[in-house]
Design a protein around this ligand. Structure first.
Ligand code: NAD
Length: 285
């Protein structure tokens, strides 16, 4: 039995993937409608969070306050030696605190943030970057392997979040600069449809040009399942981390500032790809 706590775009996709593989799942979300959807997908979905934990418990929550609230209820009732794999993107400092709380309760807490979005979760092809105790990871690995095609132990508690924040600072920056560079091309007479195949066979490519633009922006789908608000949260965490460790940011800080400055044009509820499209359309941070 594995528990999935937090049934949003990512948590529900992970739950469905596990059910497809025949894994018994227990699930919980603050939202009763999400619990009902989990039950329809074949999960146990008790009304109380305290009844939802399992020896391996996966969290997929929006922020540190939510994780703190869930751990406060779950840690006293989880079995000893339970492993909590937290796939939420959070600050390294916060997850070190959660790991200490879990250890005091006889459980292990791994920071296990992921990349690959709901589509990667549904297909079991996530990249998962883990910080924390290697023996605890080994206990959870048979289950986590079903969600992640690349399951990497990065280092001690917090190291997984460092890897994730560095990755997402790059994603956020690439979306800004791809929008700007494609705007330059269009202004000079070459449309993105003509530029992208060239860039993607050349050295200017990134996930922004290889995946985001062709898949979600050109066709106007904007249904990636990752909100601009969650990306802004990640960018803020990366900037705060840079401040905390004394690593000055310059180009990436300018991209981070664009995510904040365009919050009226691209509100938090919007798909995160909207930001690159808005810059292409002429929004200037
Ligand atoms: P989401 O907003 O779609 O879902 C969050 C879910 O958590 C909601 O169903 C909400 O009701 C629930 N929730 C909130 N507070 C809760 C609480 N205290 N107890 C139980 N449930 C609670 O978010 P998401 O897109 O699924 O992202 C979840 C996490 O994964 C975030 O930390 C995000 O940064 C990270 N992430 C998201 C993606 C993506 O592509 N969506 C990719 C990688 C990482």
């Amino acid at each position: 039995m594995v528990a999935v706590i937090g049934l949003g775009n990512m948590g529900m996709a992970m739950l469905r993937r596990l059910r497809e593989l025949g894994v018994a799942v227990s699930a919980w979300d603050l939202d009763p409608a999400k619990r009902a959807a989990a039950a329809e997908a074949g999960a146990r979905a008790p009304a109380a969070l305290a009844d939802a934990g399992a020896p391996v418990t996966v969290l997929s929550l929006p922020n540190e306050a939510a994780v703190g609230a869930v751990l406060a209820e779950l840690l006293p009732v989880l079995p000893r030696d339970a492993v909590i794999a937290d796939t939420s993107t959070l600050s390294p400092g916060a997850v070190r605190g959660f790991a200490a709380q879990a250890a005091a309760a006889g459980c292990a807490y791994l920071d296990a943030p992921v990349s690959g979005g709901p589509a990667g979760a549904a297909a079991g092809t996530l990249a998962m970057m883990v910080g924390g105790d290697a023996a605890a990871l080994d206990r959870a690995r048979p289950l986590l392997d079903r969600l992640a095609a690349r399951l990497l132990h990065i280092g001690p508690s917090g190291a997984g979040q460092v890897a994730k924040l560095v990755n997402n600072l790059l994603v956020a920056t690439h979306l800004v600069v791809a929008g700007e560079a494609l705007r330059l091309g269009a202004a000079a007479g070459v449309a993105p449809e003509a530029l992208l195949p060239v860039i993607n066979g050349a050295s200017g490519r990134s996930a922004a040009t290889e995946v985001n633009w062709p898949r979600w922006i050109l066709g106007g789908a904007f249904d990636s399942g990752f909100s601009a608000g969650l990306m802004r949260k990640d960018v803020r965490l990366a900037v705060a981390l840079a401040g905390a460790v004394g690593a000055p940011l310059d180009a990436t800080a300018r991209a981070a500032a664009a995510w904040e400055a365009l919050s009226a044009a691209v509100p938090d509820e919007a798909d995160f790809n909207r930001l690159s499209a808005a810059i292409f359309e002429g929004e200037v941070a």
